[in-house]
Write a protein that binds this ligand. Structure first.
Ligand code: CP
Ligand code: NVA
Length: 304
C-alpha cells in the first residue's frame, strides 16, 4: 500500500483489491457488532474547502467507529483562509494528528500537503480526482455483480473528477470503460494518456451516449456543473442536454444494468427521477460503501 491516497493513478490493482477486501471485512464486522482490530485514539484532521455531506459524515463516523476522533476544519475557520501555507499547515497537523483528509480545488494542493506532511494524506476530492468515491463504487459493483474483471462500465456526462478517477479505477481492475462526453468536456489528458498504456481492458471515448451505454453492466453519471462551476450552470445545461441517463438510454444497456451516481444528484438534468428511483437501492448502497471503504483506507494507512 502507498503511504498516501492522493489519486488512483498511484495505486496498483492489488492495492485497490486490498482496500476492497479490507472494506468488506470492516463492513461485516460492523454489521455483526464485532470490534475492529485498530489502535484506539487515532486522530483524523479533515480539511474542507468545498461543501460535503457524504465525505464529511462518512469520514467522521468512520474514524469514530475505528475508536478515533475526527476534527472538522474549513479554510474559513482555520488559518488556511488567512493565507497560512499548505507546507506549514502540513507540518503543524503532522505534530498533532495521525492522518489528514482534504477536499479542495487543485490536485497540486493535495500533492503539496503530502510532500510536507509526515502523516498519511487522503484526497477527499479535488477538481482532478475523487479516489474515495471510486473505491466505494468498485466495492458496490463487486458486491452486486460478484466480480470486477470483464465487466463493462459507462459514464455519461462531464469528463470531471469522478470520470477521471472512474477511468483509472476501472482500467486498473480490468473493467472495460466507455465515456460519453461532449467535445471540450473530455476527461483530463493525464488520464487519457494512462488509458493508452492499458492493454488488458478496453477504453472508449465518444461524444455519443448511446454508443457508450450499449451493453453496459453499470452506467454512471454525475452533475453537469461541479463545485466551483456554479456560475456556468445555465450554459452547461445547454452543452450537456443530450447526456441524460433516461429510460431510452438504459434500454441499450444489459437488462440487469446497475446505475451509480456519486450524489448529490440533479434529477431531471443528468438523470431522470424514474431511473434514479428504479436504481435507488444501488445508489444508496454506493453512498453507504463510502463509509466502509474509507475506514479501510484509514485502517491500511494509519495502523502502522
Ligand atoms: N459523493 C460525494 O463526495 O458527496 P459529498 O460531496 O456530499 O461529500
Ligand atoms: N463532480 C462533482 C462531484 C461531487 C461529489 C463535484 O466536483 O462537485
Amino acid at each position: 500500500m502507498t503511504k498516501h491516497l492522493l489519486k488512483l493513478l498511484d495505486l496498483t490493482e492489488s492495492d485497490i483489491l486490498n482496500i476492497l477486501d479490507t472494506a468488506d471485512q470492516l463492513k461485516s464486522e460492523l454489521k455483526s457488532g464485532k470490534p475492529h482490530d485498530f489502535p484506539p485514539g487515532k486522530t483524523l484532521a479533515m480539511i474542507f474547502e468545498k461543501n460535503s455531506t457524504r465525505t464529511r459524515v462518512s469520514f467522521e463516523v468512520g474514524i469514530f467507529q475505528l475508536g478515533g476522533h475526527g476534527l472538522f476544519l474549513t479554510s474559513g475557520d482555520s488559518q488556511i483562509g488567512r493565507g497560512e501555507s499548505i507546507a506549514d499547515t502540513a507540518r503543524v497537523l503532522s505534530r498533532y494528528c495521525d492522518c489528514i483528509m482534504i477536499r479542495t480545488y487543485s490536485q497540486d494542493t493535495v500533492e503539496a500537503l503530502a510532500e510536507y506532511a509526515t502523516i498519511p494524506v487522503i484526497n477527499g476530492l479535488t477538481d482532478f480526482a475523487h479516489p474515495c468515491q471510486i473505491l466505494g463504487d468498485l466495492m458496490t459493483i463487486r458486491e452486486h455483480k460478484g466480480k470486477l474483471r470483464g465487466l463493462k462500465v459507462s459514464f455519461i456526462g462531464d469528463g470531471n473528477n469522478v470520470a477521471n478517477s472512474l477511468i483509472v479505477g476501472c482500467l486498473k481492475c480490468g473493467i472495460d470503460i466507455a465515456i460519453a462526453s461532449p467535445a471540450g468536456s473530455e476527461p483530463d489528458v493525464r488520464v487519457l494518456d494512462f488509458a493508452k498504456t492499458v492493454t488488458d481492458a478496453k477504453f472508449t471515448l465518444t461524444t455519443d451516449p448511446k454508443e457508450a451505454a450499449k451493453d453496459s453492466d453499470v452506467i454512471f453519471t454525475d452533475v453537469w456543473a461541479s463545485m466551483g462551476q456554479e456560475s456556468e450552470a445555465a450554459e452547461r445545461r445547454k452543452i450537456f442536454a443530450g447526456y441524460q441517463v433516461n429510460d431510452s438510454l438504459m434500454a441499450l444497456a444489459k437488462p440487469d444494468c446497475m446505475v451509480q451516481h456519486c450524489l448529490p444528484a440533479h434529477k431531471g438534468e443528468e438523470i431522470t427521477e424514474a431511473v434514479f428511483e428504479a436504481h435507488a437501492e444501488e445508489i444508496f448502497d454506493e453512498a453507504e460503501n463510502r463509509l466502509h471503504v474509507q475506514k479501510a483506507v484509514m485502517y491500511l494507512l494509519m495502523r502502522g
